[in-house]
Ligand binder design. Structure first.
Ligand code: SF4
Ligand code: SF4
Length: 267
């Protein structure tokens, strides 16, 4: 066992702060190359799907149908999981002998490896970030000599943008009211699925229904949402905050509100 290998054995048990170092290097010359892209469960975030469907130049509907399975999480809400190929290795649909064919747009989970964010009540209260190095016995990259800080690794892998994009989604999924009340209503599950994962359908919902006649949305946001998936995604999260969490982040137009009041009066 080399010195770095010994260190990495210890890494599996060590919790690191952003400024601490770990050993890792992944390259084509290693015998394990692409082995980690098989038989794994990769949960996809909304931003992962935006990037992956854009890389593949397909719609969200096609991406979801061809490349994902949906599981129902503890909160009762659907979660998208990358569907592995139905081959002996259960390999990722994007892996090739040369590596990941969507490398620039690979999901968050593939970027952060071999690190794992450690989140416990204690770490959350401290407000600090902690990571551990995953202990994957076949991963020879963990025995390489290249050392770098957690912070540097995150920047190299483009993690800060992914974290920024995950925030509006996290605000919803981590909301206490959802944790305490499991959603079982099929319509709500469907609404959530569309807003989080099926953005092209959400776009049609906004522009081809009475949505914009009902809610006050500024003209600049409306224009951006026509073509910009990230803007649309941010708005979709606002809509979920309003519809799912009951937060007053969207305003119904006064005439619509008045008509609704009259309708209720006449009942
Ligand atoms: S070094 Fe680790 S991450 Fe890189 S290909 Fe091998 S198993 Fe995968
Ligand atoms: S998306 Fe790319 S990096 Fe991630 S498992 Fe698939 S091939 Fe590997």
């Amino acid at each position: 066992m080399t010195k770095s290998n010994k260190e990495n054995k210890r890494q599996g048990l060590t919790v690191l702060t952003p400024k601490e170092q770990f050993h890792f290097d992944c390259h084509q010359g290693l015998n394990c190359f692409t082995r980690c892209c098989c038989n794994i469960t990769i949960f996809l975030t909304p931003y992962d799907i935006i990037r992956m469907k854009s890389a593949l130049k397909i719609t969200s509907e096609d991406f979801l149908a061809s490349h994902t399975d949906i599981v129902i999480g503890d909160t009762g809400l659907p979660v998208a999981v990358l569907r592995m190929r139905d081959d002996d290795n259960k390999s990722c649909p994007f892996v090739t002998p040369e590596g990941c064919k969507i490398y620039q747009d690979r999901p968050w989970a593939c970027r952060i490896y071999p690190l794992k964010p450690e989140s416990t009540e204690i770490t959350e209260k401290s407000g600090k970030e902690y990571y551990s190095v995953m202990d994957v016995p076949f991963c020879l990259g963990l025995a390489e000599d290249r050392a770098m800080t957690v912070e540097k690794w995150k920047v190299e892998q483009g993690i800060p943008l992914y974290l920024e994009m995950e925030n509006p989604f996290k605000n919803i999924t981590m909301n206490k009211s959802l944790r305490n009340n499991k959603i079982i209503n099929k319509k709500i599950q469907e609404m959530y699925y569309m807003a989080c994962y099926d953005l092209d359908r959400f776009r049609r919902f906004v522009f081809e229904s009475k949505f914009l006649e009902t809610f006050e949305v500024d003209a600049e946001t409306v224009e951006k949402m026509r073509h910009d998936d990230v803007e649309l995604y941010k708005f979709a999260m606002t809509w979920l905050e309003y519809g799912l969490l009951g937060q007053h982040v969207l305003k119904v137009k006064p005439d619509v509100m008045e008509a609704k009041k009259q309708e209720l009066k006449n009942k």
